[in-house]
Design a protein around this ligand. Sequence first.
Ligand code: NDP
Length: 339
Amino acid sequence: MSALPETSREWHLVARPHGWPKAEDFALREVPVSEPGEGRVLVRNLYFSVDPYMRGRMNDVKSYTPPFQLDRPMEGGAVGEVIASNAEGFSVGDHVLHGLGWREYADVPAKHATKVDGSVAPLSAYLGVLGMPGLTAYAGLFDVASFKEGDAVFVSGAAGAVGSQVGQLARIKGASRVIGSAGSDEKVKLLVEEYGFDAAFNYKNGPVAQQLKEAAPDGIDVYFDNVGGEHLEAALSSFNVHGRATICGMIAQYNNTEAAPGPRNLALVIGKRLRLQGMLVNDHNDLAPQFVKDVAGWIASGELKYNETVVEGIENGYDAFVGLLRGENTGKMIVSLTR
Ligand code: NDP
């Protein structure tokens, strides 16, 4: 076995952000690296993911995932190369997906590592289009929203990892119209020209309700909500009867310091007989094999396109995370440690 590195750098949460995260809430610290214990592998992380849900884990509140601990490394999806193995079935050189991101070297229990094949797709794709955000899009559209051919679909956060996939899956599966919203004119252009959306608008250019009405003159049947707030209210107004919303995320309020107001038009749920259903991707792992098969096929055929915004270097992990919350990403936001 070749010599292991002596130290690893990792991002710790050192204070709980109030409102928008600040650089002082985080610290990049150096820690010693040791040989993996029984049943564990030591992984050199090549890519780690920054995701919106991590903002929730920075708060000290009970939720579906436990809060990050102060002065401990943060966690999240990562792909890397095994550099030492003390676990049956894992060899040096294997590439694995696991949950100990935000650090250069990860001491991972083998039972929480999944081998991935870099010849099937670029390794970073297992954090995005073929990974958790991709499954969120797939399960959220086909299962939670009960999408069917001919539905008109509206998705917010449409140029992001989940949203860009939702819109394209809807198109591939025969939506009558796909509408997306995003936060810049460049992103809107990408949605229509590269991803094949029928219509798209920049939510910063005017009231969402009005822009959605213009983009979907015959109404919408499915709304995939990544944003909440004004977008959800607009979708309720544009829904046709028996519309279905997948409530996937509400990024517009993750940094709020006050409770967000509810949609003022919620009573529309009654007359239109709407169904609004929340989702958590982890409830849908049974769909993973079919999801990987379908999505890999659509990528190979060129029907499904994806983008990644790759930030280089562990020292830029905090900037990547805050950049994601600010909309600096197109497609999946990833931190690369390959250099
Ligand atoms: P994205 O790649 O979509 O990145 C986040 C995007 O949110 C930014 O690029 C930005 O794009 C947009 N955004 C930020 N602030 C606002 C705002 N105030 N109003 C509108 N848009 C905003 O992230 P993901 O694809 O990883 O996640 C998308 C959503 O899905 C998130 O809400 C996330 O929490 C949720 N999610 C939920 C899961 C579940 O199991 N329920 C699993 C995975 C994700 P722009 O430039 O367009 O503003």
